[in-house]
Design a protein around this ligand. Sequence first.
Ligand SMILES: [Zn+2]
Ligand SMILES: [Zn+2]
Length: 453
Amino acid sequence: MSIFSKTIEIYKDYYICPDCLGRMFALLGTHTTNLERGNSLLLTSTLEYHQKYLSSDNESQKEALVNLKTLAENARFIPSRKVLENEGIVYSNQNDKPQCYLCEGIFSKIDQYVKKSLEPLSKIEFNSLLVGTSLDPHIINKEDNFKSKFSLLESESFKNHFNRVIGRKLTKKLNKATEFNNPEVTIIFSIGYNSCEIELVLKPLFIYGRYNKLIRGIPQTHWDCRNCKGRGCEECNYSGKQYLTSVEELINPIFMMHAKSTSSKFHGAGREDIDVRMLGDGRPFILELKDPQVRSLDLLKMEKKTNKKMKKKVKISGLRYSDKNEVISIKQSAENTRKIYRALCQISETISKVEFLERYEELLKKMENNYIKQKTPLRVSHRRANKVREKKVYKIEGSYIKSTLFEFKIEVQGGTYVKELIHGDEGRTTPSFAEIFKIPMKCRELDVIKILQ
Ligand SMILES: [Zn+2]
Ligand SMILES: [Zn+2]
């Protein structure tokens, strides 16, 4: 069936707007709009049937007249009406504005929708956008039945048309780019025949930096109270927290406030224990700020502000913008980066400096550039799978402070349990410092002093 006959078939039963008519043939012809396609189709149909009407063939003439009337009466197409008027043919002249069977006038209200979305968009900062549509299933069902009834195989979906038309108007009006992969804002129109709700989905803002934890006793991230799981109880003084604060809680609020973000996440490249300081150049982290209304932050100023406020507890440095992929890569690389620790170790008996040096020699011989085996430590066995991990010890430097106290600098593979490497964890880590020294030894203080990339 020709596109002209199909057009006539449609208008015999329904009125659809020129936008929707063009949309039904959207895969034919390119570099035009559905509105233009629809109007052209009505016009060329008129030409086609006008020519047939003027022919000498009686049958063709009759058929052409019926079709011209369909275009004039049902499609309300002015050029068809004019042709009939010029030929002196009477047709029923309905001056009503019928409602499109498919979109029920939605496509004629595009400018209203655009205007409605400008208000929430004016409150946020963004450079790229994408329009998305959530359609009332009634609209979709009606279209599906319509398309199958007339075998319209070259049509475009309501959604595609709507997204593109609104997207074009918005990008032009706001002078912003459309971005399909990762737009800074996705504007979702929930469309029904008589309703339009607008929701903005904002891309999170990612900020990379390194942190130093200058005091002991705070975890890297917020921990819910073990007793009440965050609800608040007597044990946690109704704070819902196991620890009063954390590196995350010290850093994030300042950024959330400036970015006008609703929530945040702290992604660390690994973590140190609560009682371990993070010194030296610090540990990489990425802040994820969700629903940020502001995206351009003065990072240098933020760094200074945070450090001034956090004084002796936490320090941040090297801030720059980041992305989701880097969150994954810093998490993955944490296992493979080497770390240098400073450990202050204590023994229960006393040994002389000579004895220390003898055992220290043996320690270097057995451990440096060798692998140790660690079963999951007892203290974390409740949250970690029980398995044996092989970790490499690269370098050890030790010094005798007094008969019961030594200091070691230990360079190990990421993921090594250093406290267990020292005390042996009841034989679960082997060899260990205690095992080689043949004296129970414990780690009194531990600091990370360098993370090597
Ligand atoms: Zn329509
Ligand atoms: Zn509690």
